[in-house]
Write a protein that binds this ligand. Structure first.
Ligand code: 7PJ
Length: 258
């Protein structure tokens, strides 16, 4: 899954992919490099990011989605927690709703259930504004995330989402310290007990920077690729990444030699 941020304030490629031409070139490059899915996001969820209005998010996301769907056969997901954005994306035949809020917004489960669209349910603690303040997991981060994802998947299935439409994601960096992220990664293979495919997103995140001695975002590619390869070895089925060519090359070699 290649990340396409259509936000001027996204932390890792902020301001670079806002012009129409730049967005199109970015999509073409990711598909040529082997991305099977393009994840379109119109609101930055980096820690401390401001929320954008519904209309602004729609204006950023929908035209790009329409173009990608008509231009190539990569799957398209939309990174949103807003039901109205989900609804209008579904009308444009989006393939997956990628929701950092795990369909907890009012009406979101019904939209996904009624349309049959695929969905990624992600764990987070708090909101992007406050989530890194001081996250505490009383029963251990793995136990809490595991239980949350199991409960959300059950609730969605109860409300009519087909089990085969569901992917789960522990939500690296969303209300998690470096220690929490390491603990989750260490036990990543145990999420396969839940019987749903797993999505992992660690690309260029702060945890990669921290593990390398606080390197800046543009120096986190190799570390991100290493983490993505290890996630795949631990059973992740979808890797959400900025650097598609680099990750695809690493995965080909990792899987061929496994
Ligand atoms: C994730 C995401 C993630 C899923 C973002 C960033 C922040 N969606 N959207 N999983 N992260 N499913 O890219 O650093 O980890 S936005």
């Amino acid at each position: 899954m290649g990340i396409l941020n259509v936000t001027p304030d996204s932390f890792s490629d902020g301001g670079r992919f806002v012009s129409k031409d730049a967005v199109r070139r970015q999509v073409d490059a990711m598909v040529a490099a082997g991305a099977d899915m393009i994840d379109i996001g119109g609101e930055s969820t980096r820690p401390g990011a401001p929320e954008v209005s519904l209309q602004e998010e729609l204006d950023r996301v929908l035209p790009v989605m329409e173009w990608v769907k008509s231009h190539c056969d990569a799957y398209v997901s939309v990174d949103t927690y807003k039901p109205q954005v989900m609804k209008e994306s579904i009308a444009l035949s989006v393939d997956m709703i990628n929701d950092i809020n795990a369909l907890e917004s009012d009406g979101a489960v019904e939209l996904v259930a009624d349309s049959g669209v695929a969905v990624c349910l992600m764990h987070k603690k708090g909101t992007p504004k406050n989530m890194q303040a001081n996250p505490v997991y009383e029963n251990g981060v793995f136990n809490e995330v595991f239980k949350y994802l199991a409960a959300r998947a059950d609730a969605c299935v109860q409300q009519g989402v087909k089990p085969e439409a569901i992917t789960l994601d522990p939500g690296f960096g969303f209300g998690k310290t470096l220690t929490h992220n390491i603990e989750l990664f260490e036990r990543l293979e145990m999420f396969s007990e839940l019987q749903y495919p797993l999505l992992v997103g660690v690309s260029r995140k702060r945890m990669i920077g921290e593990l390398l001695g606080d390197v800046p975002v543009d120096e986190r590619v190799i570390g991100s690729v290493a983490a993505a390869s290890l996630a795949a070895l631990k059973g992740a089925k979808i890797l959400r990444v900025h650097d598609v060519a680099e990750t695809v090359q690493a995965l080909k070699v990792t899987m061929a030699l496994l």
